[in-house]
Design a protein around this ligand. Structure first.
Ligand code: UDP
Length: 382
């Protein structure tokens, strides 16, 4: 049982940022730390479980494929679990036809019905881009068009982006498109980092190993806002929940994207032939469909069974009580966020982290790195 009146460190949220920070407090400082989470499980959005009917391990919040070029982050996580050799590839469906993502020479040739070589593709795309006349892109739409031309943008980016973010692509920052490489060669891997994989024993096991420390206690099904008045004023609170909620929406509500996940079991060995299939047209409600058995090809017996588990991911604008997954980093929202950040900096016992606490679109590796570095920076003052 956690005695909130006596606790010195409370971490709110058991996702990557909170778990790494708690592990550091417990291991490096050798201090007691309590983690609370309103969900009924650890691991935040990385959480995985095994479906009893099919024996397939699934990621409850969509496929979480780890990739990083930070040796420090890779070595740190490998202390808690080994990774398999999975290499991510994404197929996207446009008007019923399959293409490879991110946009590369195969996508370009398939889309235009051409057979260009890399040096020809560069010239071809440059002509397409020239037609658009965009030289100083000011938003996601202009950035994409200035890199791939309008026809590819309209086929593969515009509708996917507007489904994903629930707004016009012109209202989004170009930085979101920077996540996606554009290739004029045949390299088809989604990521190009030094290290990549899925934990061989699943994400949940990796989190269990990270948190398996006698200094760490975990309290699930516990909402911070129900217990916050019991916490003693000298306790350090490491908060990874929504920053606007923390301050009771004082400066306004930030926009977040929520996600619905619809799971289906099918009596076929292989439903879609790959782990993640994107859908680039508006008529299909999901942005992507996940088929989890493809994430663990080393589990050959499970792959061979004539059953599969699939999940459709459908984004939505989050309402106040919805779980949130992505911050919508428009200028308007960033201005609101800055007010919350400024206010939080006045409380020396409050440390903010994670996608929701920092209102930052971070990948798993950036999240781990940020938690490790924040801990190193604050260690002396903790
Ligand atoms: N994107 C797109 N079409 C795709 C895949 C991605 O337009 O088939 C755009 C979209 O705006 C998306 C962004 O690229 O939000 C980043 O994609 P990524 O796969 O990195 O998103 P995440 O996995 O974080 O949801």
């Amino acid at each position: 049982m956690v005695d909130f009146e006596k606790a010195d460190y409370i971490v709110v949220g058991c996702g990557f940022w909170g778990s790494v920070f708690a592990e550091r407090i417990a291991t490096v400082l050798d201090k007691k730390v309590s983690i609370i989470d309103k969900r009924n499980h650890i691991g935040g959005n990385c959480y995985s479980d095994v479906d009893k009917e099919t024996n397939i391990e699934f990621h409850k919040y969509g496929s979480h494929i780890f990739h990083t070029s930070s040796k420090k982050v890779w070595d740190y996580l490998n202390k808690f679990g080994k990774f398999n050799t999975y290499r991510h590839k994404v197929i996207t469906v446009h008007k019923g036809k399959h293409y490879i993502m991110p946009i590369n020479l195969l996508t370009i040739n398939d889309f235009y019905g051409l057979n260009l070589q890399p040096y020809e593709a560069a010239k071809f795309l440059d002509k397409e881009i020239e037609k658009s006349g965009i030289y100083e892109p000011k938003n996601l739409e202009e950035k994409a068009i200035s890199q791939i031309g309008r026809p590819l943008y309209e086929a593969f980016i515009k509708n996917y982006t507007e489904k994903q973010w629930n707004c016009d692509a012109k209202d989004l920052p170009s930085s979101i498109f920077d996540r996606l490489p554009v290739r004029r060669n045949f390299r088809t891997s989604y990521f190009e980092d030094d290290f990549e994989g899925i934990p061989v024993d699943g994400w949940t096991k990796l989190f269990q190993n990270m948190l398996d420390n006698e200094n760490i206690s975990i309290l699930l099904n516990t909402d911070f806002f129900d217990i916050k008045d019991k916490i003693n004023p000298n306790c350090k609170i490491i908060y990874t929940g929504k920053i606007d909620q923390l301050f009771d929406y004082e400066f306004g509500t930030l926009d977040w994207i929520g996600l619905d996940f619809k799971f289906e079991r099918y009596n076929v060995k292989d439903y879609q032939g790959t782990s993640v299939m994107n859908y680039s047209d508006k008529i299909v409600p999901q942005t992507r469909t996940h088929e989890f058995k493809h994430l663990h090809l080393e589990r050959r017996e499970i792959f061979e069974t004539p059953k599969t588990l699939v999940c459709f991911e459908i984004p939505k604008k989050a309402q106040k009580d919805d779980e949130v997954f992505y911050p919508v980093a428009t200028e308007k929202n960033l201005k609101i966020y800055e007010k919350y950040r400024e206010k939080s900096s006045q409380n020396k016992n409050l440390i903010l982290g994670g996608r929701l606490g920092l209102y930052r679109y971070m990948d798993m590796d950036t999240t781990v790195k940020d938690a490790l570095e924040t801990f190193e920076k604050l260690q002396g003052a903790l």
